[in-house]
Structure formats: C-alpha cells, structure tokens
Design a binder for this molecule. Structure first.
Ligand code: ADE
Length: 419
C-alpha cells in the first residue's frame, strides 16, 4: 500500500471488489481487450492521469489500463459521484487514487493536482477539468503529454473551443464522438440511469406524471423515451429547431420552458447550458414539482435563484431537498442539481459503459502509438472501429447478422446501376 492515495474508508474495499466483479461480468468487450492487452502491453511505460467518475465500471477500465502496462493516477470528475467502496478497492490494489464522495470545490481540485504529481504522459478526462488544469496551471507538464482523451459532450465542446482559440497544447481524442459511445451511452445509459436516480431519491410513480425534458439531444432522447415507457406524459423543450422537430415527430409535446414550468411534475435538464430553470420558472411551478439535472455541470438549475424565492429548506430523503417557497408551494431538488444518475444512483449500467470504455482504452493505445506525430487538435476515432466494437458486442449478446454477398458488395459500389 505504498502508492499515494486518499479515499474515504479503506475498510470498504471488500464491498468495492464485489461491485467491480459484478461490473466485469457485464463488460465483455472491455474484458476481451484486457486479455489482448495483457499480452501486447500497448501502454507499457505510459503514465495515465484520469479524471472520471469513480464507479465500478471505471474500476474495470482502470484495471484494464494497468493490465496494458500503464501506471495510473485517478481522481473523480464530480464532487458527488465517487463510489467510496470502489475507490477503497482500487486503493487497496495499489492504484494511485484521490477520490471520495461529497467533496468541496477545493478538495476536487486538490485531487486533480495530486494526479498530476506523477507527471502523466497521457490524460483522460470527463468534462475537461484535468486537461484544463494542465493548460491553466501546469503548462510545463504539457510537453511530456503525448495526448489525451475526452469522454463527454460538454468536455468535447470545451476542447474544440480551446483548439479553435489555438490554445490546445496536445492532441485529444473525442471519445464522445464515436457512434458506439454517443448513440448508446448518451441515449440508453442516460435514459435509464437518470430515471433510476430520480426514483431512488423520490420513489414516485412515473405513470401519469408530466415529465419535462429540457434539451432533446441524445441524452434528452433517451430520457424522454424511457419516461414515456413508464407511462409519463412527456414535454420537451429545446432551442434547436431540428431537435424540437424530432421531438414533435416522436410524439412528444414541445413548448418553451415558460409554459412547461407550469405543467411539469418532474423535470430533468440535459442541455449542457446554464440557467435552464430560473426564478420565474420556480415561481410558476406546481406544488410538489421535482427537479433534477443530468447535464455534466450543476449550472442548469439555478439554485441561487431558488434560494432567493424560498423561505425554508430541509432534506426529506437521501439526495432530496425540499424548498418551501414564499408562495407556500414546495419544490424538491434531487442531488443538489448535480448529475442525478451518478449522484443519486450508480451511473450508466455496465453493459453500456462497456463500449464507451472500450473506446477509451483503444483511444489511449492510439495516442501511445501515434500521438507524437499528431497535431494539437481534437480528433475522432476511426469509423471502422465503431463497426468492429459493435460486432464484438453483438457476438457477446449471441446475435449474428447478415453479410453482403460478393454481388451485393459490387452493387454497392456500382454507380452506373440504375433503373
Ligand atoms: N458516466 C455515466 N455513467 C458512468 C459510469 N457508470 N461510470 C463512469 N462514468 C459514467
């Protein structure tokens, strides 16, 4: 146990190990990569600093990176998402890890700084806080970093903005932009795990409720479909005309938030934008309205505004705070407006993180092999890799699919064939 670490309680390690084992049994693609990497050692000699939710699925990724020959140092990417038993298990198996549930802002950045102590050659982010810290406070470290990966939509936006500004110092792979990530994790992962978080914190019946989804991107799409599947009446809000049109053609109601605020029983924000729910919305909401956020940062529900119209606040259940407004109505906020799926539940299920983290592992291997010749830009993984991963996943599900015959393959490329 000589490896530097700071976790909440090492005695939770046995419980954490069992949880990791459970995740491993449901992440066959990543486990197959681990077996391959044990032999090929593609990350030998690399020092990977990671800043990503410390969950049982992340532990499977960390074990895989270590099996591939990397040294790893890790922090969580959200003050409320660390699973303390998993963090303890990782520390107990000599992973350098700095993470616990319920951190202050200072704790959060202290942990990131500790992962930089060992001078990484690769960085892995979810939200870009680690890479941003390197760029803002430790530029001298960047020259030894071959490259980085970024897990999420919000982080990729930040990094593309940095690259456009000419400020990015090393190449980054946008893991989020792989089809086997955004079209599965963002949709089915967010859809299920966010509802899971709302249910654990409230235990309410979804059937018959008006469920307001703010932001009909991939995450919003998953949320809306799962809420409807449980019998909720779904309203979507968005600022992008094509998103709004897609929601309408899916059969949801679409309207501005000023209108939806008055109608909703349960709200979930998934926009990546600040101030989606503000004072005027809170003042018009029904008594008992439940508010949650599944976007990366906690700025979507303006809690300062909510405090300003509230006369009292108390915790009524774990991860559930009741605000009594000056107008007498009560509003319930889940997990302080932080990522509801990770703060009030366990994050996306292992089966879907399997593909996201297979992309992460392959992204780091690509950087280790080719990063030195890549420019400081934001890159995507090859499209062919999506098909390889999806095929592997299908195989683990016992599903086989058709293949083109040679005649069909020729037809596919025959531009002269018409009527
Ligand atoms: N993001 C969403 N769900 C997650 C999980 N289970 N582990 C790590 N990151 C996540």
């Amino acid at each position: 146990m000589g490896t530097p670490h700071k976790v909440s309680d090492l005695s939770l390690a046995d419980k954490g190990r069992l949880r990791i084992e459970w995740a491993e049994s449901r992440m066959p693609v990543l486990m197959a990569l681990r077996e391959r990497f044990k032999k090929t050692q593609p990350l030998k000699g690399q020092r990977v600093a990671g800043c990503l939710h410390v969950t049982k699925e992340t532990a499977v990724l960390i074990r895989t990176l270590r099996a591939a020959g990397a040294e790893v140092s890790w922090s969580g990417c959200n003050p409320l998402s660390t699973q303390d038993d998993v963090a303890a298990a990782l520390a107990a198996e000599d992973t350098s890890i700095f993470a616990w549930h319920g951190q202050s802002n200072d704790d959060f950045y202290w942990c990131i700084e500790r992962t930089l102590d060992f001078k990484p050659t690769l960085t892995l982010d979810d939200g870009a806080d680690l890479i941003f810290t390197v760029h803002a406070k430790h530029k001298e470290l960047a020259k030894d970093v071959i490259g980085g990966t970024e897990e999420t939509t919000t982080g990729v936006h930040r990094l593309r903005a940095m690259a456009a500004d000419g400020k990015l110092l090393y190449p980054v792979i946008a893991i989020n932009d792989s089809e086997t990530k955004w079209d599965f994790d963002n949709v089915y992962g967010t859809g299920q795990s966010s509802l899971d978080g709302i249910l654990r914190a409230t235990s309410v019946l979804f059937a018959g409720k008006v469920f307001v989804v703010a932001g009909y991107g991939h995450c919003g799409r998953g949320l809306a479909s799962r809420a409807r599947g449980m019998g909720a009446r779904v309203i979507c809000t968005d600022i992008t005309p094509t998103h709004a049109l897609k929601a309408i053609l899916e059969g949801y109601e679409v309207m501005p938030m000023d209108q939806a605020a008055k109608l909703g029983d349960i709200f979930c924000t998934a926009t990546g934008m600040k101030d989606i729910l503000v004072k005027r919305h809170f003042e018009s909401m029904k008594d008992g309205a439940i508010l949650s956020n599944t976007g990366h940062y906690d700025c979507e529900i303006n809690l300062t505004d909510l405090e300003s119209v509230a006369k009292g606040k108390r915790e009524v259940r774990a991860n559930n705070e009741e605000y009594t407004l000056k107008n007498g109505r009560r509003i319930y906020v889940i997990a302080k407006g932080r990522l509801v799926n990770l703060a009030a539940a366990e994050g996306h299920p292992s089966e879907v993180m399997d593909m996201s983290f297979a992309n992460q592992a392959l992204g780091l291997c690509k950087l280790a092999a080719e990063g030195k010749s890549m420019k400081p830009q934001v890159y995507e993984l090859p499209k062919s890799q999506d098909q390889e991963l999806a095929l592997l996943k299908l195989e683990t599900l016992g599903v086989s699919i058709d293949k083109l015959t040679p005649e069909q393959a020729a037809y596919a490329n025959d531009y002269s064939a018409g009527t």
